[in-house]
Design a protein. Structure first.
Length: 69
């Protein structure tokens, strides 16, 4: 399964971590989500046959954590 690490500058605390991990886990095809607030990163392991990187980025944007370009 592919792995993806994204930087979301608006991550600032454990609440952000919980929100992102919970929301991304609901996407079909997402196998694992790990958020590191100090680094402002979101690490995702996913099944590319089920969910795409743009869909993951879009979901982060929808919940208020847009990914840095």
């Amino acid at each position: 399964m592919p792995e993806l690490t994204l930087v979301a500058p608006d991550i600032s605390c454990d609440h952000c971590k919980h929100t992102i991990e919970t929301e991304l886990a609901t996407l079909a095809g997402v196998a694992q989500v790990q958020v590191e607030p100090p680094a402002k990163t979101v690490h995702v392991v996913y099944d590319e046959a089920v969910v795409s990187e743009p869909a993951i980025r879009s979901r982060l944007d929808e919940i208020g954590y847009p990914v840095a370009v």
